[in-house]
Structures are given as C-alpha cells and as structure tokens.
Design a binder for this molecule. Structure first.
Ligand code: NAP
Length: 253
C-alpha cells in the first residue's frame, strides 16, 4: 500500500457496482486504500455493504453505500445521482455486478437468458452511459468479465455469452471513448473464491478440481488477486492501456 503522499488514487472518486461482497468488495477496499472515495453499490445486501463501508471509513478512507439494482435503468440513474451528490465528481467506474447461472441446453429459458443479459451486459452499458456524463478526462472504466468469455464451461452457454459480450463492449467503447481520454478495459478472472462461488456449490465441486489441475499456478483465485489489477487499471500507471482484456487466472486458459 502507498503512503499518504503517494496514494495513486488520491482525489479520485470511484463507483463499484456489486460491492457488498466478493470481488466487488475487495476492489472497493483496494481503491479506497489507494485514496479513492468509493461508492459501494449493492442490490439487497445492505448489511454487507455497510460492513465494507465502515471498514473503509475506520481505516481513514471515504466510502458510502448506495442501493441500486443495476438491471434497472431508474436505479442506475439514482446511483449516479447519489454519487454526484455525495462526492461531486466521478473518475472510475468498476462494472462488477454480475450473476452466473449454469443450465444444460435443454433447460435454458428466456428468463434465464434475460436475467443474466439484463444485468451482466445491459446494466453494464447503462451504468457506463450514466458514468460518462460525469467523467472528467483521464477517467477509467473497468469491466469485470471472465475467462469463460474465451474458455466456456459446459452448461454455461448463456453466462459465457454475457461475458463474451462484455469483452466486445469493452473493445468497442475503448475506441468510441478514446478521443475523450476515457479508458475502457476488462479483467477476465478465472475461478475466484467468493460468496457467489460458494453459494453456487463450486467450493467442493469437480469443476474446481479440474480448474486447479489446469491452472499453471495451481490454485483458484482470491478476490484480492483481482482487486490489485483493478487498482492498476484505475490509476495513471495504466494510462496508455485501453481496450484490453486482462486474464487474471493463474495462467488458466
Ligand atoms: P458474488 O459473491 O455473488 O457477489 C455479487 C455482488 O453483485 C454482490 O455485491 C451483489 O449484491 C451484487 N449484485 C448482484 N445482483 C445485482 C444487481 N442486480 N444490482 C447490483 N448489484 C448486484 O459475486 P462474485 O463471485 O464476486 O462475482 C462478481 C463478478 O465477477 C461478476 O460479474 C462475475 O460474473 C465475475 N466473475 C466471478 C468469478 C468467480 O469465480 N467468482 C469468475 C469470473 C468472473 P447483493 O448481495 O446486494 O445482491
């Protein structure tokens, strides 16, 4: 961690969607540790979000929790209005909120499709649309994609498709927003030990064992493995990087 004088995100404001737990919570904590004021968004886990906020504030950082369902346009608009009211500016958006549901082809329904696409893709686009209204030059968008965008697992066709879409959106928006000096990159994590991961039953699964066996670094990831890369992409250290997809996966392909 940097000292007060050298904090890489001092004076910056970041919104992290889906930051009440898991990868988003770790990203919010790391950005705050580097001096950013952070908006910790959540959908329903108020207590989880408040715990992350009070931890950040107790360590001398600045954070607020804002409830908003990122699959709903009106909620997204309110999230960014509350950000403006609290901090008056915006420099970093981390589009992390996402859901992953796995079903064999025979069981896929329109509901399964829309639930994941409405949050993972449409919500990400609408959040970015709102963010750029407030962005100053030299701002950064970080989209949390997944290794499944390029290495899909069986039963994950819809989820994998949402993340392939995220990669395409990342590259398209990087070209579209480059002239405004807004950078857009994605992080494509491998399997990460989070609440969602445990709730989906992956902790003791054969899939976990297969992934570990195929991972050169021999383990699945922790949320902080992703958070350190997000902090780099939020900061000026990555100032000449845009339109990239960073596989953070211990070498898993
Ligand atoms: P997680 O532990 O399930 O946490 C999900 C977070 O997203 C929670 O804070 C949750 O808030 C929030 N969220 C869910 N629906 C939302 C909505 N409609 N609006 C706003 N926030 C919402 O998930 P995770 O494992 O950390 O995954 C986070 C991201 O990383 C996702 O985009 C996921 O696809 C991606 N990813 C995960 C892995 C992995 O192995 N874990 C690997 C690659 C990529 P509430 O609790 O309030 O609902």
């Amino acid at each position: 961690m940097s000292t007060n004088n050298t904090k890489k995100l001092a004076g910056k404001v970041a919104v992290v969607t889906g930051a009440s737990k898991g990868i988003g919570a770790a990203i919010a904590e790391h950005l705050a540790a580097e001096g950013a004021s952070v908006v910790v968004n959540y959908a329903s886990s108020k207590a989880g979000a408040e715990k992350i906020v009070s931890g950040i504030n107790a360590r001398g950082g600045k954070a607020i929790a804002v409830q908003a369902d990122v699959a709903r346009k009106a909620d997204i608009e309110r999230l960014f209005a509350e950000t403006k009211k609290a901090f008056g500016q915006l420099d970093v958006l981390v589009n992390n909120a996402g859901i992953y549901e796995f079903l064999p082809l025979e069981q896929i329904t329109a509901e399964h499709f829309h639930k994941q696409f409405d949050l993972n893709v449409l919500g990400l686009i609408l959040a970015t649309q709102e963010a750029i209204k407030q962005f100053a030059s030299l701002s950064s968008v970080i989209n949390i994609s997944s290794v499944v965008s390029t290495s899909p697992a069986p039963g994950g066709s819809v989820y994998s498709a949402t993340k392939a879409a995220v990669d395409a959106v990342t590259k398209s928006l990087a070209k579209e927003l480059g002239a405004r000096k807004i950078r857009v990159n994605s992080i494509n994590p491998g399997m990460i030990e989070t609440d969602g991961f445990r709730a989906s039953g992956f902790a003791e699964s054969d899939l976990r064992k297969q992934v570990e066996a195929q991972t050169p670094l021999g383990r699945i990831g922790q949320p902080q493995d992703v958070a350190t890369v997000a902090t780099f992409l939020a900061s000026a250290d990555s100032g000449w990087i845009t339109g990239e997809t960073f596989h953070v996966s211990g070498g898993f392909r």
